[in-house]
Structure formats: C-alpha cells, structure tokens
Write a protein that binds this ligand. Structure first.
Ligand code: ADP
Length: 156
C-alpha cells in the first residue's frame, strides 16, 4: 500500500458481528483501497463472545476479500489510525441516538487528529433495528439469531 492509499478503520466491538455491520462494510468497500475491521479491546467492557470467537467469525466471512483486514487494538482509535496510516474512520448510523453519540466522538477525533476524516454511512432501513446488544439478548434467551448474523458464528 502506498501512502496515498485510502485506508479506513471500521472500529467496533462486533460482539457479535451482525448483518448491520456487514451492510455498512459492503457499501463502503468501493470507497476505499483497504478497510481494517478493528475490534477495540476494552478492559472495562465485559465481552459476551470471546475475542477469538469474534475474530474467527469475521475472518471466515471475509476470507476471500483481499481489501479487508481484521485486527484488534487497545489504544485510542485515532492512535490506532496513525499506526496504520489510515485517513478514514468508518461508522454506521442507525438513528438519532447513534448520531448524537457519534457526532461528539467524530468532532473530538478531528480536533485531536485533523487528517483523519470520519465517514458515516446510514444503515439500510431493513437493518435499522439490528444491534449486537439486542442479538446478545436474544441469544441469552435461546432464540435463533442466524438471520441477523452473516456466516457462521460459533455459539456455545
Ligand atoms: P461500538 O461498541 O463501537 O458501537 P459496534 O460493534 O456496536 O461497536 O458498532 C460498530 C459500528 O457499526 C458503529 O458505527 C455502529 O453504529 C455500526 N452499526 C452497528 N449496527 C449497525 C446497523 N444495524 N446498521 C448500521 N450500522 C451499524
């Protein structure tokens, strides 16, 4: 990758990766040379799926796509962008709550590192209600969540 490559970071917990995440990625692919799906590892946040399960799941979905890389990070997202020489952060927007939250983070990130631009894609309406939080809740009650999850997720 040369220094002019358009590298985007798609940061998130992806606990688990859903069809909502997939839809955003699919639409973002033509915009960038490379997208790094970066799982933020946060020691204060309790994981539902082990990190390894999430990595394996996402890797299996995108095994054939050379534009997508999967990684984990523990630093601030902008520090990770610098490390990866990425000039874009990709985020999905479902509703006004997402917008309120994301706006402040994007503005703060821009103040701290102006060369990184946050790019938002609005979710397709049919996936507006899909969130990792709700999928986790369904799993806790033993519901079949396969329609909300791309590929094969190992649920023990
Ligand atoms: P975080 O904990 O950082 O919010 P998530 O894994 O929940 O991480 O989400 C990662 C990104 O994917 C966020 O930008 C989020 O808004 C977006 N996203 C999650 N679900 C959907 C969806 N159904 N449609 C569009 N974007 C989504």
């Amino acid at each position: 990758m040369n220094t002019n490559s358009r590298i985007a970071i798609f940061p998130g917990s992806f606990d688990p990766f859903t069809i909502g995440h997939y839809a955003i990625l699919e639409r973002a692919l033509p915009l960038f040379d490379k997208i790094i799906i970066a799982i933020g590892v946060n020691s204060t946040k309790q994981d539902f799926f082990p990190l390894e399960t999430r990595i394996n799941h996402i890797s299996s979905i995108f095994a054939d796509n050379i534009k997508i890389e999967i990684d984990t990070y523990t630093s601030l997202t902008i520090e990770y962008c610098e490390q990866k020489q990425a000039h874009f952060i990709l985020r999905g927007l479902r509703n006004t709550t997402d917008f309120q939250f994301e706006k402040s983070i994007a503005q703060m990130n821009r103040e701290l590192l102006p060369q990184v631009e946050t790019v938002f894609l609005v979710t397709p309406p049919e996936y507006g209600h899909v969130s990792s939080t709700i999928v986790r809740e369904l799993i806790r009650f033993g519901a079949d969540v396969s329609r909300f999850i791309p590929g094969k997720l190992h649920i023990s």
